[in-house]
Write a protein that binds this ligand. Sequence first.
Ligand SMILES: C[S@@+](CC[C@H](N)C(=O)[O-])C[C@H]1O[C@@H](n2cnc3c(N)ncnc32)[C@H](O)[C@@H]1O
Length: 278
Amino acid sequence: MSEAAGGPEGGGPWQEPAQAAWYEDFCARHGMYAEVARAAALALAPAPDARVLDLGSGTGVSTLALLEVLGPTGRVVGVDPARRMVEAARRRVSDARARFVLGEAGPLLARGEGPFDAALASSMIWLCEPLDDALVGLRRALQPGARALFTVPSEYLGEVDHLTAPAARGLHAALAGLRAGAGASMPRPARAEGLDSFASFGARLRAAGFEAPAASSWSRMSPPDEQRDWWGQPVVLAGLLGTADAGAHERARQALDEALRRAPALEQRWTLVVAEAR
Ligand SMILES: C[S@@+](CC[C@H](N)C(=O)[O-])C[C@H]1O[C@@H](n2cnc3c(N)ncnc32)[C@H](O)[C@@H]1O
């Protein structure tokens, strides 16, 4: 991570132009991230005047969801280590109640930000390596008693029933074919160690200074074109195929397109994990 004007810069693949542009475009066309963020903001239910941290605010999709549930004196600070994502959020969110900071949660207090009354970490916690450092950093930025809510695809926590439903079989056969063709083992988007089950995530949360972790389920139907575009994103294809080769990515996109051409909408299930800062 290097120092840049305005704060420490990092973000790994999210800082890559192709990935940052992909995310903006995907969110403009599909509801996946906005809908789960909205469900999460409603479940977090911050007080109308709360100061809320949006951890991994990306292009501002989750920030907008938080602004919808806050009153006129509420505030959101979005933090993200990927400069391109922060720049996109600043372009996109013009609400005076929101600001975006480049970096991670740990140093926020020392930079004069917080402590926060609540936090949302939507669609991001599995990207944090090491997970424990990210959780300790988040805890440091919060008031005692503040609630933090994480949204995690349920399969990352070991719940896979919805993926074995008949409707999902065509997609998963195509993914298995791509994997086998690439000599890769698992279609596993990069994911932090310690996130294999709710029990292990809960233990990490407790060790980082949170208590009473609790989980609830939220699901939506994802149309085939959204599925195709999601699996076709640069970071996921690189994880799936084990290569960043543009030609291999394009061939994989075509195979997914073919597999999803006649597919119905697929259930997408998320686990909302909430915990309280001790
Ligand atoms: C899938 S995007 C989600 C963005 C936003 N929360 C939303 O709901 O649209 C994941 C974001 O997490 C950010 N991220 C990755 N590691 C992070 C970390 N350690 N701390 C904060 N954000 C991180 C990435 O840069 C990226 O912008």
